[in-house]
Design a protein around this ligand. Structure first.
Ligand code: GLC
Length: 639
């Protein structure tokens, strides 16, 4: 192992051992509790637990000194990922820079945006050929050779860390590739490895599950099981047929995957994106999502990682309804003992719904009515990622005032397909995985194409370009002013458009539409738009990073204004009070600040974004306008 050297001997080593022992003493009961929830009924439970503790001890022993120092630092500042200055960026290595070494060259660019957390997609060695964009892992301890070696990844992690940027990678733990050594050995007839997966000899066995399961890719990969000739059996494959779901009911799987995670942590990965987290435990007669053991599994990992590598953060990717998603913070016991951070999938989808509807009311209700996260946890707020916009999260909570029925969402899907109510809409997206009778599933497209930039450029219409830039800036202003980690999706900061060539070339999976190669747009109108977006994002991020009020722990009050197009929230923290306003309508409006507590005090407020000026007791917002009004004095703010 390179990077960090090894000064784990002598006094420093003894000190580090003592710290480990203290963490073990403090975290043992929590770890055992979670492990018991998973494997407590087994007669060999004591041996399993002993094995797990031996593994974390051995991992800690091998942990490089520089990472142990990071552990200590982070333990002194446990809210580091809740700080306003933590800004995320996510990209494919090849599409952003080329290789791990070339990412190093892009660090100044990332820093110019204020990025301090970099999520590199699919860096581990995936199966050859179609790998679901790198999410079918063949080897968790090797990297994709086209990007560089695992040593180079470690060097990149160190280079990033030296610049104050934490590296995040995907931990695809629900499934391995069919080409992973375990799957190969299962196919070669080794019983032990067959038990690493869900392998059903008969159709009857799979019928205990199948009727209740949803489908992730009903069009490109229908069904949840794949018949495997070499096994003469059915294998559980939630995603693509070459992605075999791991069987965590087998404690061996838990131990091996824990070891893989800690191996990568010792190589310098600071944040793990826990891929497809909702699917990891299966129970007959249920939809096999969000099971109690799914949560216990994350609780166990968090507790154990907290002992072995306490600077590590787990980021949960659970693309489920908002109420279910909050449970991944460990909300059940209100102690925040699962994911440190989690994707705010419902907010993301709801923002797109609000943009299409020019109405922010449902987004406001969603944010207002969700339970507050437990301390020490934070949402990851994002607008686009490498996946589709999944609309299911908005259907999930029927009856909640922020949910939609299928007919309403159908109109939203149509809108992003380019079909507005009065004819064409400004959006250039494509619906994803929809089949007759189930038209609401997902939408693909880059942020800029969905927000109207592609169509405006095609028309060569500068006015329409201005509107698209305003929409893109508006959406970012919302995620940058929320509690939690804002995550910029590569290319959105310069308005990259859909890549139709790539989508057609790679066929099958429509998500390739919005995974373009990073470039500076050539068309002058596009380039100018990109420059304006970049400048607006930089300014907002600088304002966010400099103001304690954007800490994830801020007191936030969501405010219903007379103008339902405007999303309004008052934040208070660190002696500051800021009112954030975002107008989802193309129409300008004037907001009565008297109706916003504490009323008159807003008269002297100033806009942190420098876009608007308060006029008496009102403030005017342009169409798609936004403002972050800061009170001059630390005024008591009514709860
Ligand atoms: C996650 C990834 C997605 C992938 C799936 C299966 O949802 O974001 O791209 O298809 O997991 O690994």
């Amino acid at each position: 192992m390179t990077g960090g050297g090894n000064s784990n001997s002598g006094a420093a080593g003894a000190d580090s051992q003592a710290r480990f022992a203290a963490r073990l003493a403090a975290g043992r009961a929590q770890s055992l509790g979670a492990l018991r929830d998973l494997y407590g009924r087994r007669s060999d439970f004591a041996a399993i637990a002993e094995r797990v503790f031996a593994e974390i001890e051995s991992c800690h022993r091998r942990r490089p000194a520089v990472l142990r120092e990071l552990d200590n630092r982070r333990q002194r500042q446990p809210d580091w990922f809740e700080q306003p200055g933590l800004i995320g960026y996510t990209c494919y290595v090849d599409r952003f820079a080329g290789s791990f070494n070339q990412v190093v060259d892009r660090i100044p660019y990332l820093k110019s945006l204020g990025v301090s957390y970099l999520h590199l997609l699919s860096v581990l060695k995936a199966r050859p050929g179609d790998s679901d964009g790198g999410f079918a892992i063949e080897d968790y301890r090797q990297t994709n050779p086209q990007l560089g070696s695992i040593d180079e990844l470690e060097q990149l992690a160190a280079a990033l860390r030296a610049e104050g940027i934490s590296l995040c990678v995907d931990f695809v733990y629900n499934h391995t590739a069919r080409e992973h050594a375990w799957a190969r050995r299962a196919m070669a007839g080794e019983r032990r490895y067959r038990d690493y997966y869900f392998v059903f000899d008969s159709e009857t066995q799979k019928r205990h599950y199948e009727p209740w399961l949803q489908q992730v890719f009903p069009v490109s990969a229908p069904g949840n099981f794949t018949f495997e000739q070499s096994l003469d059996a059915w294998v559980w494959t939630t995603f693509y047929p070459f992605q075999w779901d791991l069987n965590y009911q087998n404690p061996q799987v838990f131990v091996e995957m824990l070891k893989n995670l800690l191996y990568l942590a010792n190589r310098g990965v600071e944040v793990f994106r826990m891929d497809a987290a909702a699917f990891s435990w299966k129970r007959a007669g249920t939809d096999c999502l969000n099971q109690p053991e799914t949560h216990a599994l994350l609780r166990a990992l968090r507790a154990l990682v907290g002992i072995a590598a306490p600077s590590v953060v787990l980021k949960v990717e659970a693309i489920v309804g908002a109420a279910q998603a909050t449970m991944y913070f460990g909300a059940a016991d209100c102690r925040g003992r699962e994911g440190h951070i989690a994707y705010h999938n419902a907010l993301m989808a709801s923002l797109w719904r609000s943009l299409a509807q020019e109405n922010a009311a449902k987004t406001l209700y969603l944010l207002r009515d969700l339970p507050r996260n437990p301390p020490g946890t934070a949402w990851v707020n994002y607008l686009r990622c490498h996946d589709d916009i999944g609309w299911g999260a908005l259907l999930d909570e029927r009856g909640a005032n922020w949910s939609s029925d299928e007919a309403e969402l159908q109109r939203v899907v149509d809108f992003y397909d380019g079909l507005g109510e009065g004819g064409e809409s400004y959006a250039r997206g494509r619906r994803f995985q929809t089949q007759a009778g189930h038209q609401v599933h997902g939408t693909n497209g880059t942020l800029a194409s969905l927000a109207g930039l592609e169509r405006a450029l095609q028309a060569g219409d500068p006015g329409a370009v201005d509107l698209a830039v305003a929409r893109i800036t508006l959406l970012h202003s919302v995620i940058f002013s929320q509690s939690g980690v804002p995550l910029i999706n590569m290319g959105d900061e310069v308005g990259l458009l859909n890549d139709y060539g790539q989508a057609d070339r790679l066929g099958g999976d429509g998500r390739w539409l919005h995974r373009p190669v990073w470039h500076r747009p050539e068309n002058p109108l596009h380039r100018r738009a990109g420059d304006r977006i970049l400048a607006a994002l930089q300014a907002m991020l600088a304002a966010r990073g400099a103001n304690p009020v954007f800490h994830a722990r801020a007191e936030v009050q969501f405010i219903e204004l007379a103008q339902t197009a405007v999303l309004a929230a008052a934040r208070r923290y660190g002696g500051q009070t800021v009112l954030t306003l975002a107008n989802f309508s193309a129409q300008s409006c004037r907001i009565d600040l008297q109706s916003v507590p504490p009323g008159g005090a807003w008269r002297s407020a100033t806009d942190l974004l420098g876009a608007v000026a308060v006029d008496g007791d009102t403030v005017a917002l342009a169409g798609y306008g936004r403002a972050w009004l800061q009170l001059q004095q630390a005024t008591d703010y009514p709860e």
